[in-house]
Design a protein around this ligand. Structure first.
Ligand code: KG4
Ligand code: ZN
Length: 375
């Protein structure tokens, strides 16, 4: 019989549960997003997030079991996100996971959210019958994280579902995460929250008007595999402040958002060619920086593969930029689908599988770890 793990994820603003068999077959995956609740505040409000997790956790887990056609007694173990994330949000998932594991007499497996993002890529590859070759470099790039890891298997070059993986941190952001920069620039431009999806589409529609502001390559002292995105966000802030001509269109977009008109088709006509060119320049700079540092990391570590995961991995330009560079360098690139890129519980259940095999269980003393590190 297969090993079926119920994954529970509640580290940020998604309440998620999923059942995964043998670490790779997704039997169900349910995600309750809180975006509509946090949108009007322009970002995640921790207090509201925990309250919403409390409301959602029971129905979301029930739905995950129903979709998998299983009952609690069919489960082999419970995998739950221990951190990193928002304390109050994590607490809801952990408390529920502990109670469930205790009541059912099943093992409880604590999972690092970031290791979950790495496993999301393996889950997606498995759907196409592929197993990414190791060593790999994994870029986890979301609203909360921008970090590069080297991923190695204990033995061999394949990330079999049960393989114990080893991680080495190669670099990380020193200030904002890339998704956070998207969200902040979007807010400055009156384009709403979250910023990534809308800026991605507006950049593609920008045409060839010259950019009103040019960003050179992002430069920092020290580790060349670190990131920094707060400088370009601040440059956009000052540029908008110094050029009053942007004010009427920003106000018009904010008024549209207040009316609930936040679709690309509704916002595009409210953007001047100058604004679109600014968005294009912002996205070009972020994508180029993520690509160049990730490929530098792969070259430095002799990686065969690059894995990209997290909400920003859904970015269309980022995907094509990585694919293109991958072709010219001979490095295989793996992305999860959109559903597996953003926070979900299937990746948590998948990451719990090798830990279950090694009996890495937690007892009822398991505590939230808001700053848990992977390496
Ligand atoms: O992984 P995720 O759902 O949540 C965490 O932050 O953990 O990622 C959400 C982030 C947001 O900052 C959002 O703006 C960004 O991912 N994002 C994108 C795109 N879709 C989502 N950023 C750039 N381009 C996109 N297409
Ligand atoms: Zn995440």
């Amino acid at each position: 019989m297969s090993v079926r793990i119920l994954g529970i994820e509640s580290s940020c603003d998604e309440t998620a549960a999923a059942v995964v068999a043998d670490g790779r077959e997704i039997l169900s995956s349910v995600v309750a997003s809180q975006i509509d609740i946090h949108r009007k505040y322009g970002g995640v409000v921790p207090e509201l997030a925990s309250r919403e997790h409390l409301r959602q956790i029971v129905p979301v887990v029930r739905e995950a079991l129903a979709q998998a056609g299983l009952s609690f007694s069919d489960l082999s173990a419970i995998g739950v996100t221990q951190g990193p994330g928002l304390v109050g949000s994590l607490l809801v998932g952990i408390t529920y996971g502990k109670t469930l594991a205790h009541a059912l007499g099943k093992p409880l497996v604590p999972v690092n959210h970031l290791e979950g993002h790495v496993h999301a890529v393996f889950l997606e590859a498995h759907k196409s019958g592929l197993v990414p070759e190791l060593p790999a470099v994994c870029l986890v790039v979301s609203g909360g994280h921008t970090v590069l890891y080297e991923v190695r298997a204990e033995q061999g070059t394949h990330a079999e579902a049960v393989a114990q993986l080893h991680y080495r941190k190669l670099g990380q952001t020193r200030d904002d995460a890339a998704g956070e920069a998207y969200d902040k620039v979007s807010k400055l431009l009156g384009l709403g929250y979250p910023g990534g999806p809308i800026l991605d589409r507006l950049a593609a529609a920008a045409g060839t008007a010259p950019a009103p502001l040019k960003f050179g390559p992002i430069k920092m002292k020290g580790n060349p595999l670190d990131f920094s995105f707060s400088g370009i966000k601040t440059a956009v802030l000052y540029h908008l402040r110094d050029h009053a001509e942007y004010t009427p269109e920003i106000s018009a977009r904010e008024a549209a958002l207040a009316r609930g008109e936040r679709k690309f088709e509704q916002l595009l006509p409210l953007c001047s060619p100058q604004t679109l060119a600014l968005v294009r320049e912002f996205q070009n700079t972020v994508v180029r920086d993520l690509r160049d540092r990730t490929f530098a990391a792969a070259e430095q570590t002799g990686a065969y593969t690059i894995l990209v995961s997290g909400g920003v991995a859904a970015n269309a330009q980022l995907r094509s930029a990585f694919e293109e560079r991958g072709k010219s360098t001979g490095i295989r690139i793996f992305f999860p689908s959109r559903a597996l890129s953003t926070d979900n519980a299937a990746m948590i259940a998948a990451a719990a599988f090798p830990k279950l095999a090694r009996c890495e269980f937690a007892d009822l003393s398991l505590a939230v770890s808001a700053n848990l590190r992977l390496a």
